[in-house]
Design a protein around this ligand. Structure first.
Ligand SMILES: Cc1cc2nc3c(=O)[nH]c(=O)nc-3n(C[C@H](O)[C@H](O)[C@H](O)COP(=O)(O)O)c2cc1C
Length: 209
């Protein structure tokens, strides 16, 4: 039985372009693989621990093999629990808005929590090695403007570039990207057309995913 984790990184549930497209993917996936488990997290609603003083202290205590006090043990337990939930899956779907050319801060916080040495990557004689391997991912990116490959605006797209880099860093190698754009810049008709095209792509990709 497959385990699919669906991570929503937009707080605009019901109005979010990336979530509407990702939901279409999930509907088609459920029809295609009815026996699989799908778990959904909206990272604006989920409890994601702050990566602050005690968590950082725990991280460095582990790195340096130092003993830890109760506060840091507790903080690290919360980090491990989120990493465990993330690694539960063998397939991933991300719905991701562009915010200020990058990703929403809650998704960055989530990545800062789950990207940990010994859990999602390790360091070898040959450099970094991701530990989340052999698992396909689909990322649906929504953005108000257009950032097409080869255009002058492409350089501003730190949303897909950063997320792709972070996912590859922790071991993902099969990453399918679907872009919904422009959701604002060219008016509602263009947004609707972009969303419909992305939904068709998503439905096609979901079959047998
Ligand atoms: C805080 C914030 C920052 C944004 N920054 C950008 C941006 O830098 N470039 C852009 O093209 N659109 C930007 N947008 C527009 C969103 O990318 C667009 O509304 C997209 O559809 C959001 O994804 P969603 O519909 O899944 O929530 C921004 C929107 C918000 C709320």
């Amino acid at each position: 039985m497959g385990h699919l984790l669906y991570i929503q990184a937009s707080p605009r549930v019901g109005r979010s372009h990336s979530i509407v497209v990702a939901d279409a993917f999930i509907d088609a996936y459920r029809q295609s693989q009815p026996g699989d488990l799908v778990r959904t997290i909206n990272i604006f609603k989920a409890r994601i621990p702050a990566f602050d003083g005690p968590a950082l202290q725990a991280k460095y205590d582990i790195l340096h093999g130092r003993s830890r006090d109760p506060a840091t043990v507790k903080a690290w337990g919360r980090i491990e629990s989120v990493i465990g939930q993330f690694k539960w899956a063998d397939k991933y779907v991300f719905a991701v808005p562009m915010w200020n050319f990058g990703i929403p801060y809650r998704l960055k916080q989530y990545l800062d929590v789950i990207i940990q040495p010994g859990y999602t990557f390790t360091v070898t004689d040959n450099g970094y090695q991701g530990l989340v391997t052999g698992r396909p991912a689909v990322v649906i990116y929504a953005r108000g403007g257009r950032y097409q490959a080869g255009s002058a605006a492409e350089a501003y797209d730190l949303q897909s570039r950063y997320l792709e880099l972070a996912l590859r860093f922790i071991g993902f190698s099969q990453i399918h990207s679907i872009f919904v754009e422009p959701t604002l810049a060219s008016g509602p008709e263009a947004a609707k057309a972009a969303q419909e095209q992305a939904i068709a792509e998503a439905r096609q990709l979901a079959v047998g995913f």
